[in-house]
Design a protein around this ligand. Structure first.
Ligand code: GLN
Length: 287
């Protein structure tokens, strides 16, 4: 990177330079990237970039921007650099200990809310809460629910707790539990989870942004991608109340086999497709 520190750089100069630089490095959405980094450095909203396009950058601002641009050129996801990600219209703090929320997962929230609204004071469990994106989006839209959100990672729990405080949510209890080893000793009306479902074979082929920076345990079971669903089929019969339901995110080729596992465990499953017509959400009810 060759920002000449002696020349005066304005906001628009940086945008033009950064877009070209990221494009030359093969970074996706180069202009958006430099704008987001600039906003973080200058504490700007996006609109301020246009309102203050001729503002000269100070030396400390240029230095900070320089370090961010370098991280992005090394393929670090923008959300980790700026420390936040958008999900379900809310802003979540994220760091390298948690997965960056994906747009498909908003479908899981939508479908969960449709089911939850038919219950009064439902007891809900979120397994593998990560930054708390699912559980907090649900809590915000279903204030009479009481939610237990668990994760095996204490770092993830801390991020999720922080997010729930910042977003003013009061009906979630966070606990460190590894669902493959233990189960909460209470029953639930609804269980929700977006577990690590990518099979090892597919995981190793993911883009460097994901492979080098996101926590592997949040993405893959290092096996066939079905470890968590097999475990769920084993433990959900005892963890759900009568008429209880579960709502899970699943991988692109997993609906049939997951349906079979749950059928053997006494559940009937329905599937909801994502934007690419892939069966992405599995909704189960006791048969
Ligand atoms: N619950 C979080 C999400 O859906 C994290 C899921 C995970 O780490 N597998 O984005």
């Amino acid at each position: 990177m060759d920002i000449n520190q002696n020349k005066i750089w304005t906001v628009i100069d940086i945008i033009n330079w950064g877009s070209d630089f990221f494009r030359s490095k093969g970074i996706e959405s180069p202009r958006l990237c430099i704008e987001l980094l600039l906003c973080r450095v200058l504490n700007f909203e996006r609109i301020d970039i246009y309102l203050q396009h001729d503002k000269p950058m100070t030396k400390p601002e240029l230095d900070l921007l320089h370090s961010f641009v370098k991280r992005k050129a090394d393929r670090e996801p923008i959300q980790y650099i700026i420390g936040k990600a958008q999900f379900y219209g809310l802003e979540f703090e994220v760091n390298k200990h948690v997965l960056i929320p994906r747009p498909e997962t908003e479908i899981l929230v939508d479908e969960s809310l449709k089911i939850i609204e038919k219950y009064s004071n439902p007891k809900i469990l979120d397994i593998g809460t990560g930054c708390g994106n699912i559980t907090i989006s649900i809590a915000k839209n279903s204030v009479d629910s009481s939610i237990l959100a668990i994760d095996k990672s204490i770092e993830a729990i801390n991020v999720a707790k922080n997010n729930s405080e910042k977003l003013g949510v009061k009906n979630i209890l966070f606990k460190m539990i590894d669902i493959l080893q233990n189960i909460p000793n209470e029953k639930f009306d609804i269980i929700i989870s977006n577990p690590p479902y990518i099979k090892h074979k597919d995981y190793v082929k993911l883009m460097p942004e994901v492979l080098r920076y996101e926590p592997p345990d949040a993405l893959t079971d290092n096996k066939d991608g079905l470890t968590f669903y097999r475990r769920y089929a084993e433990i959900f019969p005892d963890m759900l109340n009568n008429r209880g339901k579960f709502i899970l995110e699943i991988g692109y080729d997993q609906s049939e086999i997951i349906g079979e596992h749950f059928f053997k465990a006494g559940f009937k499953c329905d599937f909801i497709e994502d934007f690419n017509k892939i069966k992405r959400i599995c909704i189960g009810i006791k048969n």
